[in-house]
Design a protein. Structure first.
Length: 473
């Protein structure tokens, strides 16, 4: 059984600058499949890293001649490139079994199978065990009806099997199979954060989140549960990437770092392994950073250099509508603490809430100036399928753009009560211009005592991020 995993040709999210991450989702699935189906011949094709265009993809599929082609969207904005990937596979071999999954296709399984005839099977939710069972039964489609967690088409009809239970113990998962992309590891990088010469890896310390933010696709995908690996296992995976693939910059991809003694234990375990050149980063809630203050010095010594904070908005009414359960004061304290311990505070903000006005967004910009984070990302509220925001917006007819390629958090999908979509788009540019266009902040950045801060500011200036944002309207 030959299985080809494909990371499709696609554009990067330029707001984060130039970066090329390893295709973590498919190498994790490939690793699990490798351990469970011994006769599977597995290949991972990363079109971005290998510079394979659509014509090249067709040739690669033909040369490998797989029985199964699998590609995951990861984000809604990649829906069409995944469909095109599977369409290309069918063009090469109409009998190949095409499979996709991920958050978008999980919640849109019915409409996706109706709209894209090139998709044979959608793996809904957590994919490892479902994919293994599907591969084992690939030659006998009559058995598909017994595979939990899939939606599929047979004889012109669409079927949705019962959901599959989540894996209770993530420790049973193998390490991600970076060996499938071992010839590409020196290409994976995050230029703004670590430069082009620091090999970039991703590992996963937990899945899910207890919180139920109205705009987030993650918590529902993981059934509102949190499951974590032990601290030693997390450090072991970092060490595995560090020693075997030269990874010096690692993203701990957890939806949330969390708080409590486990966070301190992660730092302890990393420090035990003496990975002196390691730099890692993670995303976290502002209130958790405040609760983790005693662990921050150890985290910094372990190599934590960068934290992405979901500040979102200073307006408490908007935060409440998002279900964030934080305050502006939490954000202020979190940023101050990170800066105190020499950890870069990278803050994320959302504009375009239904009640947002030009005045409220101006207030947000003033708040950002007061907050003074090291870096900022401004996004537009996007109604991703499966979220509370999507359900409310669709019910009320607020959504004006159903082009999934625009669901990237930098295209205005819906207006506010007082701002048109174009005006929301213009406000996004004003936010970026106000932050990165400030000569005072630019000078502070490019002459900062922090090498990290200097690198990012020189990078933002050199790559013309502001011009690319402006071009969106």
């Amino acid at each position: 059984m030959k299985v080809l995993f494909v990371e499709p040709p696609k554009d990067i999210w330029f707001v984060m600058g130039e970066y090329l991450p390893p295709p973590y989702g498919i190498i994790q699935l490939a690793a699990y499949l490798e351990t469970k189906v011994k006769n599977a011949e597995i290949k991972v094709l990363d079109c971005n890293a290998q510079k394979v265009d659509w014509k090249g993809l067709e040739k690669e599929i033909g040369a490998f001649n797989p029985d199964i082609v699998a590609s995951s969207a990861l984000a809604t904005c990649n829906t069409y490139v995944v469909a095109r990937t599977l369409e290309t596979a069918k063009k090469v071999n109409p009998n190949v079994l095409t499979v996709t999954g991920g958050q978008h296709f999980t919640v849109t399984a019915q409409e996706s199978l109706e709209q894209y005839p090139e998709i044979d099977v959608i793996v809904r939710g957590e994919g490892e065990e479902t994919l293994v069972e599907l591969v084992k039964n690939a030659k006998k489609p009559s058995a598909f009806s017994r595979v939990k967690g899939i939606s599929f088409r047979r004889e012109g009809k669409i079927f949705h099997n019962p959901n599959r239970e989540l894996i209770e113990n993530l420790e049973q998962l193998p390490y991600p199979s970076y060996h499938f992309v071992k010839d590409l590891v020196d290409k994976y990088h995050f230029a703004a954060m670590a430069g082009r010469k620091a090999p970039y890896a991703l590992i996963e310390g937990s899945r899910g989140c207890f919180h139920a933010c109205a705009f987030c696709t993650q918590w529902k995908h993981w059934h509102g549960r949190w499951r974590g690996k032990f601290s030693a296992r997390i450090a072991d995976e970092m060490e595995y990437c560090y020693n075997n693939f030269g990874s010096r910059f690692i993203w701990l991809t957890d939806d949330n770092l969390g708080s409590g003694e486990r966070v301190g234990e992660i730092a302890d375990e990393i420090l035990k392994r003496h990975m002196d050149e390691l730099m890692w980063f993670v995303q976290a809630r502002c209130d958790d950073i405040v609760r983790n203050e005693k662990h921050l010095p150890k985290l910094r010594r372990s190599g934590l250099r960068w934290v992405l904070l979901g500040v979102e908005n200073p307006n408490q009414a908007i935060l409440n509508a998002y279900g964030k359960n934080i305050t502006a004061e939490d954000s202020k304290r979190a940023v101050k603490l990170l800066k105190k311990y020499d950890i870069a505070a990278h803050t994320m903000f959302i504009i375009g809430a239904r009640k947002d006005t030009a005045k409220s967004i101006a207030n947000l910009r003033e708040f950002v100036d007061e907050l003074d984070p090291d870096f900022a990302i401004f996004t537009i509220l996007t109604p991703f399928p499966g979220t509370k925001i999507f359900e409310e917006a669709k019910r009320n007819g607020w959504i004006e753009d159903f082009n999934w390629a625009h669901y990237d958090m930098i295209h205005a999908i819906m207006p506010t009560e007082t701002l048109s979509r174009r005006e929301v788009q213009e406000e996004l540019y004003a936010c970026y211009r106000g932050f990165y266009g400030s000569w005072k902040r630019r000078l502070q950045g490019i002459f900062s005592s922090s090498e990290l801060r200097r690198r990012v500011y020189w990078y933002m200036i050199g790559k013309g991020i502001l011009a690319q944002i402006k071009a969106l309207y």
